[in-house]
Design a protein around this ligand. Sequence first.
Ligand code: HPA
Length: 235
Amino acid sequence: MSTPHNSAKKGDFAKTVLMPGDPLRAKYIAESFLDDARLVNEVRGMYAYTGTYKGKPVSVMASGMGMPSMGIYSYELFSFYDVENIIRIGTAGGISEKIRLRDVIMAIASCTPSSFADQYGLPCRPAAAASYDLLKKADEAAEGLGIKAHVGTVLCSDTFYTDTGSLADWRKMNVLAIEMESAALYYTAARTGKNALCICTVSDCPLTGEECSAEQRQNSFNDMIKIALETALLC
Ligand code: HPA
């Protein structure tokens, strides 16, 4: 079995899949953190690997950028490949005054102006929320690693180059950061009865113009990868 976007066979994916946005990040994670990683998809360059972490099967697959892309890949993983847990690991722009460059954020819920959920035909837009079970496990994993993580809401935007006026209003709503994939992942997990969590590291702050160097981005990305892998061990 395969899909128009994924040439992996049934059984090629582990129960838990880590999803960075960037295919080269997926390759990096597989090569640097997994044992016996094998490539299971490369359709459209959206690399997916399955290997083991401390002996437990784990997969990593890129989501691409934005909700439509995340929507496609997460739907297929949950619906056709028997995946139970997806942990997005990505970057985000810090919004809240509490948030600094390189901070790690776990999104308990995601606000979105996107029409993604209109497909479900509900009388109002549903809440896009993380799996409590995954969030609890990730919090435990972060604590075990001695990494401080913020837990709060994020804004999932359809635009990277967002007019900054609206970001100041989101700050008033205590939104921690802006990214572009969490809501599609959370809605898809809810609709398919599966589990999802979005963990982000802050790579830039759109309201102040600060941004991480490439090296800082990589180091903070490694912290987040470790949290996600240790969470997968608890699943
Ligand atoms: N906006 C949206 N997505 C992002 C950002 C941002 O500023 N930084 C990292 N991902």
